[in-house]
Design a binder for this molecule. Sequence first.
Ligand SMILES: [Fe+2]
Ligand SMILES: [Fe+2]
Length: 206
Amino acid sequence: MRVLGFTNVQGMIFSVGAFDAFRTERLNLTEFWKHSIATATAARFLSPRVDCSPDEAFMAGILHDIGKLIFAIQAEPGYHQVLELKRGATPMSSLEAERTLFEFTHPEVGEMVAERWDLPARYVAAIAHHHDPQAAGDERVFCALIGLADQAAYAALAGQTPPAEHDAERAALLETLSLSHRQWDDCLQHLRDARTEIDSFVGAIR
Ligand SMILES: [Fe+2]
Ligand SMILES: [Fe+2]
């Protein structure tokens, strides 16, 4: 099911971009949108492996970290602390840093917002379980797709270092999706090829 057309997503991104510019000059959401669009691009590329449409995979990729956006906008000082904890001497994962500072993690906050927006169950699941697909019941494979696309976005985009715990997670995701390392490499190459397109899309919202 398509809830939001591509134009609407663009509209949503534009309005958040404008809001951000209005609200603060310190908060830079460029990396956030680059990551979201790269995840969406990877999810669409891998979608033939799963029972879902390419559009559905793309949309779930755009939305998967929406909880981070809520933190960034609603709790900006705390969000900066999350970024600092992730870069600190003993780096924490996003989830650990969020749990420490906010008590909630971005999948938990994202799930609440997605439910309030009445998004279809599949998108709610992808937002809530892209870091733990095994907990997603019937949507386990779809959530694994978004989880793997998330990792591909980190791995393929320079300047976005994949967290160390990703290696073991990636192996499990590839197994869930019955994907080979060759297909993983093809996905990374696809993202590198799409880099200019992703950059110009994000550039348009700044
Ligand atoms: Fe996430
Ligand atoms: Fe992500």
